[in-house]
Design a protein around this ligand. Sequence first.
Ligand SMILES: NC(=O)c1ccc[n+]([C@@H]2O[C@H](COP(=O)([O-])OP(=O)(O)OC[C@H]3O[C@@H](n4cnc5c(N)ncnc54)[C@H](OP(=O)(O)O)[C@@H]3O)[C@@H](O)[C@H]2O)c1
Length: 369
Amino acid sequence: MSPTPNPRVLYAKVPPPGPLIAGEHLVYESTPTIDLDAPLNGGFLTKTLFLSPEPFMRERMRDPSILTYSTPMVVGQPIVGFGLVQVLRSEKEGVTAGEYMYGFTPWEHYTVQPYVDARFDFKSSNYPPYTFDMDTLVLQPVPNPHGAFPWTSFASVLGTPGLTAFVGLESIARDMKAGQTIYVSSGASGVGSMVIQLCKLKGLRVIASAGSDSKVEYIRSLGADVAFNYKTTPALTALAEHGPLDFHWDNVCGEQLEDAIQNMAFNGVIIACGAISEYNLRPEDCYGVKNLSLIFKRRLRIQGFFISDGLPALLPRFLNEIPPLLAQGKIKSQEQLFLGLDKGIEAFLSMYDGSSKAKPVVVVDASYA
Ligand SMILES: NC(=O)c1ccc[n+]([C@@H]2O[C@H](COP(=O)([O-])OP(=O)(O)OC[C@H]3O[C@@H](n4cnc5c(N)ncnc54)[C@H](OP(=O)(O)O)[C@@H]3O)[C@@H](O)[C@H]2O)c1
């Protein structure tokens, strides 16, 4: 067969701390091609349907000598992240042509799986025990929703963001009770919007923040009892008025975490999920929390977690409980669709530059929008 165009988003250069530059660190390439009849060597060929830019991907774009919780991406290869694909051909037992899969995949139209060149060569003995080999987040089969919910739910409620919310709440905050109060930062994010809805289903009083008035309206529509724009109302002010907090779900870190610590109730719990305000900063430029003594004075518990920690135990429950809630309209999600892989870099940067309107999804095959 003649070569088929296989455009991709290339990780072209390791960025220094700070904003990524389109065309320098991330480059859209329209010219690569692939032979769709090429041997699969026991693997399978996939077509990318959509891709999900997620904040953690920025930290994987670093000098590989910098050790952190995740393995880095590979320069000179497409960036890798969560996405939905369809199997076109398979030589792998258990993987069937036509089936849909969700998981880690390179940002390109077609891929021979398991992808090899974009995989970081991880030897665990050379890394601290908290380093997670991200390339192990392999593609898993997912059902065709047959119209019960949109395909793009696999990028939000039914994908990593939804799973993260479910794992964090069910592992760290299992003891939360109706009537208690939680503050969710980055409440309109994929993770935050799911945390709000799951907490409302548990009968909690939810305070949430976001960075624009339209996002504040959105988190109200999800059921948040108090919603504020953290860019115009400091979290410290809003929480002093509406606290104290029994729980804080922290997606942001930095100043918003500081403000929450100051407003935690006796014995409160902070679920540390992410640090979107800091992924672009050098360690020395990160916000210095000033009131850590409150941790012992108020007997606070702060617990960090990573989605993979609780996934094996909680995935069956998640798959049992969440799709029906979604199909019944009891859980909602909002995605901002970027049509075409050539819009991928714009979608990626929107997470950090304040321009995002909702969970970004890069639609590669328009029939799955
Ligand atoms: N622990 C885990 O296993 C795990 C797994 C997945 C995700 N996470 C974390 O969960 C968080 C949300 O991820 P997501 O995929 O749901 O994100 P998302 O839907 O892509 O949303 C990210 C949002 O973060 C907000 N933001 C950006 N810069 C900010 C800043 N400086 N201060 C405050 N907010 C800022 C923006 O919303 P506004 O317009 O409202 O500012 C942006 O839309 C991230 O920190 C991510 O790393 C953790």
